[in-house]
Design a protein. Structure first.
Length: 299
């Protein structure tokens, strides 16, 4: 009986783009009505969301800056390659250039090294004991060890060294930053979904009779769900807007730190943070509403 009633009601609904616009308008009004129905709770929800998002945005933006600092420090690391006597440095350079992750190679002739050393120190007039040297720069600190091992296989290389401990510390910092960022995203998502879930649950309870009537009239499930999902997304979007104010101060402070240490500011860092923050907040808000509907409504 109920299925036949739904089928009869749906068959009487007019089709066309004008009808779709009317439905969208009606859904928008339902969303606004649910938001106003929540009352003063909106202020608490939005400010709580803004606080969560501000913490997330500040951590994310700081992580980008720290990664930039570690990358610049890592780029300064080089592998020093000392060649055997009577070895053609240009030939060894061409061999090393074939290895992956090698960014640049600089040849330092032993005569140049010896003259520089004599300028810095008072040395006796003896034969130059220094070897020809290659300064090998790689594309990232993580690649130093693999490039080092590849160069070591070349027979004309007598000795090599690089700041191994510093490279490992930089790699550890990058790993910790990535882990912390993922943890913060997980906590933000959990808190957002929990807050939205509890809020939508209250709205559902206040509209329980109205929703039951709509279901008996054959109203589609998506029509019932949509206003609640949009309400959750609205809280995420509004919370992100409010979080912009403190995030601007964080951005300014980090830019000043970059300028003080003469480290380039990461390009589009603030834009990336904003896109991720708005996307995550809207997505988590919508997910929190959807889960609540699935839990408390059989639609």
């Amino acid at each position: 009986m109920n299925k036949n009633l739904k089928a009869n009601v749906k068959s009487q609904i007019p089709k066309g783009w004008l009808c779709e616009l009317r439905i969208l308008y009606r859904l928008g009004m339902e969303t606004l009505s649910d938001i106003f129905r929540t009352g003063w709770m909106n202020v608490i929800i939005i400010t709580t969301m803004a606080a969560i998002l501000m913490i997330f945005g500040a951590c994310f933006r700081s992580a980008i800056s720290i990664s930039s600092f570690s990358k610049e420090l890592g780029n300064a690391l080089e592998i020093s390659v000392y060649l055997r006597n009577n070895t053609d440095a240009a030939v060894i350079k061409s061999k090393i250039q074939r290895f992956d992750h090698v960014e640049s190679i600089k040849i330092i002739p032993k005569a140049e090294s010896w003259n520089r050393l004599k300028d810095e120190m008072s040395l006796p007039n003896v034969e130059n004991p220094l070897p020809d040297t290659l300064r090998v720069k790689v594309d990232s600190p993580e690649s130093l060890e693999s490039v080092f091992n590849n160069i070591r296989q070349i027979k004309d290389v007598e000795e090599m060294n690089y700041a191994k401990d510093l490279a490992k510390k930089i790699e550890l910092i990058n790993h910790v930053i990535k882990t912390i960022t993922l943890v913060v995203i997980g906590i933000m998502g959990l808190l957002t979904i929990t807050i939205i879930n509890n809020t939508i649950q209250l709205v559902i309870q206040s509209r329980k009779d109205e929703i039951e009537i709509m279901r008996l009239m054959g109203v589609s499930n998506w029509y019932i769900r949509f206003p609640f999902i949009m309400q959750g997304a609205f809280y995420g979007f509004t919370g992100s807007l409010l979080a912009l104010v403190p995030l601007n101060y964080v951005q300014t402070g980090l830019n000043n730190v970059h300028k003080f240490f003469m480290i380039p500011i990461p390009p589009n860092a603030q834009g990336i943070v904003l896109i991720v923050m708005f996307s995550m907040s809207i997505l988590f808000g919508a997910i929190g509403s959807f889960w609540c509907i699935k839990k408390h409504l059989q639609v």
